[in-house]
Design a protein around this ligand. Structure first.
Ligand code: ATP
Ligand code: MG
Length: 315
């Protein structure tokens, strides 16, 4: 019997600074399992184009995301770290999936509706984003996709696109399953809504102590209860429930003090990782991405070749 590891792929958009929601919803669960799989970690820079039109910001965010991956402990010799834009196969497969699903189906996507409601421009890229994501996943015969709770529906969309493709052309593509960590769910932002890079409601993972202080102090609190719900929800990521219950009991109604304790707890956690991150150079990042691009393409090229053959593009 051969002992081939299952393939795992996950990605983060180069849409801004990573926040603690990304860490607990995506990075931490990835770190816990990635060595057991044949792991691919993608910087989704083309996805970021749905919300960002500043070239310097895309460049900088891309470098930063990779630094973040390395600083939290991802070993580039144990996972392929690559940029979506370094592999043209994603664009081609994305188009093929666009042709598999209907407009009314895409209109049901929560993430699209939420972003529009938050004032995002409803550009066609934002609308078809789930099909580019389906391509990201299907191109690598991915079976496991560790993501945050907010991405559950997008995984269903991927399965739908893959299923429709396979029904039309034969069992060519692999249907993925999601792997969502229990207990984390959606981490709320400073405004109580989903913490999102593009919502400006984040607590940055690698912010300076001052930046962390500023965002924690801005967490909205409901003035009616003893326990500030959003502060508590974020605090559960850093301490056990037993610990928190006694802290919140002892500081009932003292929101400012509770926030200060949260700031200290975040700082204790982030401090050492921040130091590690500061030592990583841009050149190291570029080398990791160059190596990753070669490896990513060698896998996706052969899968896309089968797809092209199946749909009648290869003459
Ligand atoms: P954007 O606002 O650009 O969509 P984002 O903050 O939602 O950015 P993504 O790059 O879309 O981040 O998602 C990266 C990963 O982080 C995904 O696996 C996603 O499920 C997870 N994630 C994002 N926000 C949260 C959150 N608030 N709580 C838990 N997990 C999250
Ligand atoms: Mg998102």
């Amino acid at each position: 019997m051969t002992n081939i590891k299952k393939r795992l792929l996950t990605g983060i958009q180069a849409s801004g600074e990573l926040h603690i929601g990304n860490y607990f919803g995506a990075l931490k669960p990835f770190l816990e399992i990635y060595k057991d799989y044949d792991s691919f970690l993608m910087v989704a820079d083309y996805h970021a184009l749905t919300s960002i039109r500043d070239p310097q910001a895309i460049r900088q965010n891309t470098i930063n995301v990779v630094k973040d991956y390395l600083a939290v402990g991802v070993d580039p010799s144990k996972a392929v770290i690559f940029r979506q834009s370094d592999n043209q196969d994603h664009m081609e497969m994305g188009w093929i999936f666009d042709c598999m699903v209907t407009v009314p189906f895409l209109m049901q996507a929560h993430s699209y509706k939420d972003k529009i409601a938050k004032g995002a421009e409803p550009n066609a890229g934002l609308f078809t984003y789930p099909m580019l994501m389906a391509a990201d996943i299907a191109l690598y015969d991915t079976t496991v996709v560790p993501v945050g709770e907010d991405q559950r529906q997008h995984l269903e969309y991927t399965r739908e696109a893959v299923g429709k493709f396979n029904r039309a052309y034969g069992e060519i593509l692999q249907e993925p399953t999601e792997k969502i960590v229990k207990g984390v769910g959606v981490v709320p932002g400073t405004d109580g809504q989903k913490m999102s890079k593009s919502y400006k409601n984040t607590i940055p993972l690698f912010g300076t102590k001052e930046e962390i202080e500023k965002s924690v102090m801005s967490i909205v609190t409901d003035s009616t209860g003893d326990i500030p719900e959003n502060v508590y929800a974020i605090h559960t990521l850093f301490r056990t429930k037993e610990d928190l219950d006694s802290i919140y009991e002892a500081n009932k109604g003292r929101y400012g003090d509770l926030k200060k304790i949260l700031i200290e707890d975040i700082e204790k956690f982030v401090g050492p990782m921040r130091e590690k991150r500061n030592a990583i150079t841009d050149d190291e990042v570029k080398q990791v991405l160059a190596d990753g691009a070669v490896q990513a393409k060698s896998v996706s090229n052969s899968i896309l070749a089968k797809v092209r053959e199946a749909i009648g593009i290869a003459l």
